[in-house]
Design a protein around this ligand. Structure first.
Ligand SMILES: C[S@@+](CC[C@H](N)C(=O)[O-])C[C@H]1O[C@@H](n2cnc3c(N)ncnc32)[C@H](O)[C@@H]1O
Length: 269
């Protein structure tokens, strides 16, 4: 869990690149992703790699004929170097910016130590953003840590916890222990292939009134029992609720519950 209110913003990550403090960097494409890429026939797939770092996955894709790769990272020092490295290569689009501000539509999004770099209270937002950026039946593929760290980043978690956030918005095609992790991460990674579900809508509601976990769980149960709601998950700071539903969930219905039963205020963000 986060130990302090350290801001994991552009300055933080840029500072890491300036100081060459990039202990997470494998120096090569992650082996399981290499095998995954090798299994893809369609080299025109539109692929996004968020929080790309030194982008070894992109290097591998380009070397192997993929023609539509977008990489994005918040750290300008890093991105300047990536732009020089790739020059005018038309097969790669290099963006400096915040993933959560990015717009587009992708067939495949690659997860490689980006999720774990985000504060845990961003996980609901991550799920919503991934859902938004993927085409119908698009895939989110990659690795998640299956362990807890004393402090972070990286921030870890468990299969059970992750599934509770992704459920409803994605079909969990693969969510299992990775058998091809690099040795320092051996046994502590999950390989995921999550397929975007269509005909579902995601919304995040913000609240300042979840006083404690017991209260928050009551509210969650109350929302999930409503017709059309498929999944509800609470952010780690209990300030945000991700609601996955069959159609746009009417906020006034939630507000009615709030007013009549639970006595707290929420708003969609
Ligand atoms: C732990 S590093 C992983 C880098 C790379 N994926 C790898 O495995 O080597 C996390 C990366 O996410 C980037 N990052 C963090 N927050 C971001 C955000 N909101 N939008 C885009 N990139 C972000 C950081 O600059 C950093 O490069």
């Amino acid at each position: 869990m986060e130990t302090s209110v350290q801001r994991l913003d552009q300055d933080y990550w840029n500072g890491k690149y300036k100081a060459s403090a990039t202990g997470w960097d494998l120096g090569m494409v992650s082996p399981i992703l290499k095998s995954y890429f090798d299994s893809i026939d369609n080299k025109q797939l539109k692929i996004l790699i968020p929080g790309c770092g030194n982008a070894h996955e992109a290097d591998y894709l380009l070397k192997n004929g993929f023609t539509n790769v977008t990489i994005i990272d918040i750290a300008p020092t890093l991105v300047d170097k990536l732009k020089i490295k790739h020059g005018q290569n038309p097969d790669i689009n290099i963006i400096q910016g915040d993933f959560f501000e990015h717009s587009g539509h992708y067939d495949l999004i690659i997860e490689q130590t980006f999720f774990c770099a985000l504060p845990t209270n961003m996980r609901q937002k991550y799920v919503l953003k991934m859902h938004e950026l993927l085409v119908d039946k698009g895939l989110l593929v990659g690795l998640l840590f299956d362990r807890i760290f004393d402090s972070g980043p990286p921030f870890g978690g468990s299969k059970k916890e992750y599934e509770s956030i992704f459920r409803g918005a994605f079909t969990l095609n693969h969510f299992s222990k990775c058998k091809a992790s690099v040795s320092p991460r051996s046994g502590s990674e999950l390989f995921i292939e999550l397929e975007k579900k269509r005909d579902v809508v995601l919304a995040i509601y913000q609240t300042s009134a979840f006083s404690d976990l017991k209260h928050a769980k009551t509210i969650k149960q109350c929302i999930i029992s409503l017709d059309g709601v498929i999944n509800v998950s609470l952010s780690s700071d209990l300030m945000k609720i991700l609601v996955v539903c069959e159609e746009r969930f009417p906020l006034n219905m939630l507000q009615n519950i709030v007013d009549n039963k639970l006595k707290f205020k929420i708003e969609e963000i």
